[in-house]
Design a protein around this ligand. Structure first.
Ligand code: MTE
Ligand code: MO
Length: 255
């Protein structure tokens, strides 16, 4: 049995009865600014329900080495065709730089050596894809909180956007994703450079991919080239905050 199932079922039911029955008794909450603004948007109901039912600080379940999947499959892009990416890959990513900017005091450009020198975390977690498969892998990476401490977000920064090297359709929009500051500072949110004690394979997002463990697979941006802090999605082209979100998937894909 899947551990997350009862909670997921509860969330589904809560989403149906929605802002009505479930939240009617929570009058005090409507005076809390983030809650009032969330209620204004049906899009954010899943996040509103989540904030009521579970702390955003809660940890995703972690597993032991015995639970590791024999192999971690690849999904979506497995080798970006972008020529700049191909050149970086040919040089084993020695020339890779992660650009970090937007609403920050101190924009940064980091090599993989720089990234490996940041405070890190290792975690064995289960990845759940909406297409109906799961895999358990061991991820090691730089804590996003540590990177944010270096760039110092401005008070106006509300989302962290991850811009990727690939596009799912030839000539189409690049893959991108975004998370809020709660998830950005979460202990298990890392920029992973190792999978199962090996450098991250290209099929799984080399040289760097996001792990935001309490959300679904499509949030875990692979091939991250640039991180941008923004105060709204308008700053990134009026989209819904992610490649799949722009096709109608939920922005807050909490499990
Ligand atoms: N850049 C990029 N990130 C991506 C995708 C993608 O196609 N491109 N696919 C997403 C989806 S739907 C899933 S399930 C996971 C798959 O990660 P994996 O290839 O390591 O299994 O990456 C997510 N991140
Ligand atoms: Mo997925």
């Amino acid at each position: 049995m899947n551990e997350a199932t009862p909670r997921r079922r509860f969330l589904a039911r809560a989403a149906v009865i929605g802002g009505g029955a479930l939240l009617a008794g929570c009058d005090r909450l409507s005076h809390v600014p983030w809650f009032a603004s969330l209620l204004g948007s049906a899009e954010s109901l899943n996040l509103a329900v989540r904030k009521v039912t579970a702390s955003r600080l809660a940890m995703a379940q972690e597993f032991s080495a015995a639970d590791l999947s024999p192999s971690f499959r690849s999904n979506g892009t497995s080798n970006p065709s972008d020529p700049r990416y191909q050149t970086l890959a040919a040089g084993n990513f020695a020339d890779y730089r992660l650009e970090v900017g937007g609403q920050v005091h101190a924009p940064l450009s980091l090599s993989l050596t720089d990234l490996r020198a940041l405070p890190e975390r290792t975690q064995i977690t289960r990845h759940d894809c909406v297409e109906g498969w799961s895999a358990i892998g061991k991820w090691r990476g730089a804590r996003l909180a540590a990177l944010l401490a270096r760039v110092q977000p401005l008070p106006s920064a509300k989302f962290v956007v991850f811009h990727c090297a690939d596009s799912l359709d030839e000539g189409g929009p690049p893959y991108y994703e975004s998370i809020d500051m709660d998830d950005a500072y979460h202990e298990q949110t890392i920029l992973a450079y190792d999978l199962n004690d090996q450098p991250l394979p290209i099929a799984n997002g080399a040289p760097l991919r996001l792990r935001v463990e309490r959300q679904l697979g499509y949030k875990m941006a692979k091939y991250v080239m640039r991180i941008e802090l923004v105060d709204s999605f308008a700053a990134i082209g009026e989209g819904n905050g992610g490649y799949w979100e722009d096709q109608g998937y939920q922005w807050y894909a909490g499990i």
